[in-house]
Write a protein that binds this ligand. Structure first.
Ligand code: SF4
Ligand code: SF4
Ligand code: FES
Length: 235
């Protein structure tokens, strides 16, 4: 049997303990789902795909932000005790569900959407896989927007305006997309006090990202690109 403490409430709340049968290959999301379906249907939490694609199931598990659908209980609860709380650095709606609005608003502030060029060619634009820009774009493109990096970042905790690792990683991915025409505006958007230069490079984001993305490296790229743009008088 697993002893599971689960956050109940909003910003103010308390941990409530539940006993959940231990099973082979059980994930943290399986445990939370068991509690909601068998022990307390009022428990609020969020998930969709259960296979590590949608990014909606992230929670704080024994003090560390993780995607819960791919986190096996055996790996994180060696003593048999599990504590599940909502993601840090985001407002709690209820129990384990957080409000992701500010997280995705920051993607928009970082100009994290593709901007097509004015002269759209008839054929597909082919970008050779081995070019440095394509490699840099590929390195960040698999982000699933789970918020694990954002919840793990101390600068986000101190400075609510900071765009954060995921939005900046997205901006860097587009800076390296040779088809995109929005870089002048994008570099301006990420160069301010709340942008890439606020990052202290302590790599919690890269350490925690379940998709093994390196937002710290992406942010370092943005620091170089914004510095170059400033030197050329283009910021
Ligand atoms: S490297 Fe930068 S973005 Fe990543 S966790 Fe540290 S301060 Fe936050
Ligand atoms: S960079 Fe990684 S941790 Fe951050 S939102 Fe994307 S997938 Fe999640
Ligand atoms: S439920 Fe989709 S990533 Fe976990």
């Amino acid at each position: 049997m697993l002893r599971v403490s689960v956050w109940r409430g909003g910003a103010e709340g308390t941990l409530v303990a539940y006993d959940v049968p231990a099973r082979a290959s059980q994930t943290v999301l399986d445990v939370v789902t068991y509690i909601q379906r068998r022990l307390d249907p009022t428990l609020a939490y969020r998930f969709a795909c259960r296979v590590g694609m949608c990014g909606s199931c992230a929670m704080t598990v024994n003090g560390i932000a993780r995607w819960t659908c791919r986190t096996h209980v055996d790996r994180v609860a060696k003593s048999g005790a599990l504590e599940v709380k909502p993601l840090a650095n985001l407002p709690v709606i209820k129990d384990l569900a957080v409000d992701m609005t500010e997280f995705f608003d920051k993607w928009a502030r970082a100009r994290g959407r593709f901007v097509p060029s004015a002269d759209i060619p008839d054929d597909f634009i082919r970008v050779p896989p081995a070019t440095p820009a394509r490699r840099a774009a590929d390195a960040g493109i698999e982000c699933i927007g789970c918020g694990v990096c954002y919840a793990s970042c101390d600068i986000v905790a101190w400075n609510k305006d900071y765009l954060g690792p995921a939005a900046l990683n997205r901006a860097w991915t587009l800076v390296n997309d040779v088809r995109d025409a929005g870089n002048a505006e994008r570099l301006g958007a990420v160069a301010g006090d709340a942008g890439c230069h606020a990052c202290h490079s302590h790599q919690n984001c890269a350490l925690r990202c379940p998709k093994e993305i390196d937002p710290t490296g992406a942010i370092a790229g943005l620091k170089r690109a914004t510095a170059r743009a400033a030197l050329r008088g283009k910021l």
